[in-house]
Design a protein around this ligand. Sequence first.
Ligand SMILES: [Mg+2]
Length: 315
Amino acid sequence: MNGGKIDFLRVRRRFRRPLLTGRGPVEAVDRLLLRAETAEGVGYGEVAPWPGFPTETIEQAVEVIRSAQGNLGRLRAVAEAAGEALPCLRAALSSCAHWTEIAGFTGHLACAGLAERATSAAVGAKVTEGFATVKVKLDAAIRPDDVRGILTSVPAVRLRLDANGGLDLAAARTWTDFARAEPRVDFLEQPLPVGHPGYASLGADQVALDESFLTPAGVDWAGPVVVKPSLVGDWDAFRAWRAARLGSVVYSSAFETAIGRQAALWLAAQDPAAGTVGFDTLGRFERDGRDRHAGGPLVRGLLDLNWNDFWKELA
Ligand SMILES: [Mg+2]
């Protein structure tokens, strides 16, 4: 298939305050916004790699897109041939291909809040905003007693604990036991570095993989996995894998613009067992006009955005 045109825009988005990730503080991220035009219509997608995840870089994606010289069919062929090597680009092309459904998505999903710090005050502030589930980041200074204190002083809140791969095996065991014993903790996310052999001894039931999970290829984990739709590769392949998987899947944002967010929410909503998603990521960038959704404990598809106008404003 040779039909179709592809355009792209590269945008840089600066965080209002550096965002703490498993890779350390991040001040800005670059994204590629794609516009695909075929005889069937126009579609949009977003290449949104995330620091600490072993995908292609923005530069690599730009190089591949440039090499297609505006020819969508050629770009699709190159991306498909690259297989697992270009997961962000393949996700963005999936978004372009499914855009009619994505643009029409106006459903909603329950969303977990992202606490600024692992303190009762920060978690309580999220509960005041209406979030029933709140994610907190663990670092070496935080002890199980601190989290017990949060659970006591913020009644009824459910917690997700994210270690971003920063624990040693002894601490990972302590936190896994804690998550198992505490019914109001959903799971402990990425306690150990990617590929650490200690995962086998922790057991999968309360331990979720995040940084370890990219595309479904080669994943052997019975427990929950955190899926960032923007990083997951081809979406049709992902959905086939998801339909056959028993373990739970938690959908999560990679800090996309409105294009990537609309598409990622749509993908999450295709999963009847999607549960509570992790999209409390709005309001973190300097105002650049590229966020259009509303945040909060229910995240929704956009009802009335003219995507063509949005693209023109970006360009
Ligand atoms: Mg995480």
